[in-house]
Design a protein around this ligand. Structure first.
Ligand code: SF4
Ligand code: SF4
Ligand code: SF4
Length: 178
């Protein structure tokens, strides 16, 4: 017979493993790791106020997060320069990932295209590709038909320029499953 204390312990472990995980929050670019970020960030919102593209907003708990509803990030660096506690640290991020890496600002974050994408429904549309400066979204010509979209995740900077321009809301930027 199983020890009642062990049964309670196992129940707790099962409930823990069944609990849904909160979705990852996209912090401003070059943010340090999440645990360190929430420890360092004093919620002053200087990054939000100084972003010339209004890409940052105040999110849960008063911490800043990304909002690509209107436009994407052009990596101007104003948010990082405004962050006195260095919760955003471009030099450290670039040292870790390489200064020319497309993934230094948001490692692990990439564009995702949902099935409502017009091009995937064989309707001519290349608006997202036109907005993507690193050419992570491309269209391969198809003989006698609508060109096929190709997403080159290795080139995607997670800048979000492709998000707001999509007429059917098919594009988002999400954290890759690890
Ligand atoms: S790098 Fe510039 S555009 Fe991007 S979030 Fe920071 S301030 Fe805004
Ligand atoms: S500027 Fe730095 S400390 Fe202030 S809210 Fe933004 S990330 Fe946090
Ligand atoms: S998020 Fe990625 S796919 Fe979208 S515009 Fe930026 S680099 Fe291109």
């Amino acid at each position: 017979m199983i020890d009642p204390r062990r049964r309670l312990f196992l129940r707790g472990r099962l409930a823990e493993s069944a609990a849904p995980q909160a979705p990852a929050v996209q912090r401003p670019p070059w943010a340090v790791g999440e645990a360190r970020f929430t420890a360092l960030c004093v919620r002053c919102h200087a990054c939000v106020d100084d972003c010339p593209r209004s890409v940052l907003k105040v999110g849960d708990g008063g911490f800043p997060e990304v909002n690509f509803a209107a436009q994407g990030c052009d990596f101007c660096g104003a948010c990082e320069a405004a962050c006195e506690p260095q919760a955003l640290d471009r030099a450290a991020a670039e040292a870790a990932h390489g200064s020319d890496s497309p993934h230094a600002a948001w490692p692990g974050w990439r564009a995702r295209i949902a099935p409502q994408c017009l091009a995937q429904k064989k309707v001519e549309c290349r608006i997202c590709a036109d907005a993507c400066a690193p050419r992570a979204i491309r269209f391969a010509p198809a003989l006698g038909g609508i060109s096929q979209m190709r997403l080159e995740l290795a080139a995607c900077t997670a800048c979000g320029e492709c998000v707001s321009v999509c007429p059917v809301g098919a594009v988002s930027v999400q954290k890759e499953a690890v």
